[in-house]
Write a protein that binds this ligand. Structure first.
Ligand code: NAP
Ligand code: ZN
Length: 364
């Protein structure tokens, strides 16, 4: 059996002492977490920078911020290696390469008992309700970790943890059937690209909308989201009215252009919205909702069962497209936040903590 690795008493982490601008994120030494009963400690390989979850929380203006006790360490979805296990955790988990689901549920409320745990009233988010993974080490309940295949890059694993299970949930709520088409705004985004990858083996046509690229590949057509004739272009690319939209951008002008051409009975699934400084408000014509039998569905995240299913898909060979994930040193956390807020950095962006070997060289 391999020897358990030695974990130092202190570690580098990006600490938030006060809510505010990205410059509030400062790299410094803090105590390394120790595993509580039922929990594991993971040496972090990569952590995804999440728009709403991390940028919103850091600003102090998001509802998530109210759950934070300062000083705080952000970061939810990550990947790494289990280096410590508390009482009650199987010892063979130590040494495993894992992806970390960024939330856990109470396990005993009515939603949890009925299997609808994504609606858990006691939902706890890593990097919000407890210190997260913008750090060399992080801890979490054992049920958050999912072993990943040996050949899966850990940067990709962190990226997939952030968007895989929620993307799969969105696709399920869209209830697509063979031959259907779906509208997908923000086609170059992290979540959108995961959804595109997940549709690869389905007989489904994806009509991506983008402010930055256009093009065509396999089951995907990407249209300019800003074009005046977007409705006609969507109908032409889809070969008829699309059966669903998965919209995690919610730009009102784009929504107003594709909404009229959705098929009767279509599902519009939303798990996010982008807009600075204020989030967008959609103008939804109420009569259209009932006269065309449309459904507008919010998906907060995903259940533990869907996360388990997603990681089984990964063990069965599901992968993101190559070169989808950009890696940045953990010390660049503030710059990455600034660029995402400015809209110049999109897609999967992961922070990579220093290893024990290069820890001494990291600047303040
Ligand atoms: N509920 C959950 O579990 C969950 C999980 C992951 C993400 N989300 C949410 O889903 C949304 C998308 O997340 P993401 O990680 O995919 O974001 P992302 O990688 O930054 O992508 C967002 C995409 O939206 C488009 N866009 C349109 N207007 C934009 C603007 N003003 N600034 C930046 N991008 C703009 C861009 O695509 P084009 O250039 O192609 O138009 C961009 O690539 C966010 O609100 C995020 O919080 C939710
Ligand atoms: Zn619960």
């Amino acid at each position: 059996m391999p020897r358990p690795e030695t974990v130092p008493r202190s570690m580098r982490a990006v600490v938030l002492d006060e809510f505010g601008a990205p410059e509030m994120l400062r790299l410094r030494d803090v105590p390394t977490p120790v595993p509580a009963p039922g929990e594991v400690v993971v040496r972090v390989a990569a952590v995804e920078v999440s728009r709403t979850r991390d940028l919103g929380t850091r600003s102090g203006k998001h509802p998530f911020s109210q759950a934070v006790r300062l000083p705080h360490v952000l970061g939810g979805h990550c990947s790494g290696t289990v280096v410590g296990a508390g009482d009650g955790v199987p010892r063979d988990l130590v040494g495993r390469r894992v992806a970390v689901m960024g939330h856990h549920t109470c396990g005993h409320c009515a939603s949890c008992r009925s299997g609808a745990d994504e609606a858990c009233g006691g939902l706890r988010l890593l990097g919000i309700h407890r210190w997260g993974s913008y750090a060399q080490y992080t801890s979490m309940p054992q049920e958050c970790v999912h072993p990943v295949p040996d050949d899966l890059d850990l940067y990709d694993a962190a990226a997939m943890a952030a968007t895989g299970p929620v993307g799969l949930t969105q696709l399920r709520r869209a209830r697509l059937q063979a031959g259907d088409s779906i509208v997908l705004p923000g086609a170059t985004g992290a979540l959108a690209r995961t959804i595109i990858a997940l549709t690869r083996k389905l007989d489904v046509r994806v009509i991506g909308l983008s402010r930055s690229v256009t093009g065509r590949a396999e089951n995907l057509v990407v249209l300019d989201a800003g074009r005046e004739d977007l409705a006609d272009a969507v109908l032409a690319a889809a070969g008829g009215p699309p059966a669903a939209a998965i919209d995690n951008v919610c730009a009102p002008d784009t929504f107003e252009r594709y909404f009229p051409v959705l098929a009767g009975g279509a599902r519009i699934v939303v798990s996010g919205a982008i807009g600075y400084p204020a989030l967008p408000v959609l103008n939804v014509p109420a009569r259209e909702l009932y006269s065309r039998n449309l459904s507008l569905l919010g998906v907060r995240s995903h259940s533990a069962a869907v996360a388990t299913e997603f990681w089984q898909l990964v063990r069965d060979g599901f992968r993101l497209d190559v070169e989808t994930v950009r890696a940045h040193p953990l010390s660049d956390a503030a710059t990455v936040h600034t660029k995402i807020a400015d809209g110049v950095l999109t897609g999967h962006n992961v922070l990579v903590p220093p290893t024990a070997a290069d820890r001494q060289e990291v600047p303040e």
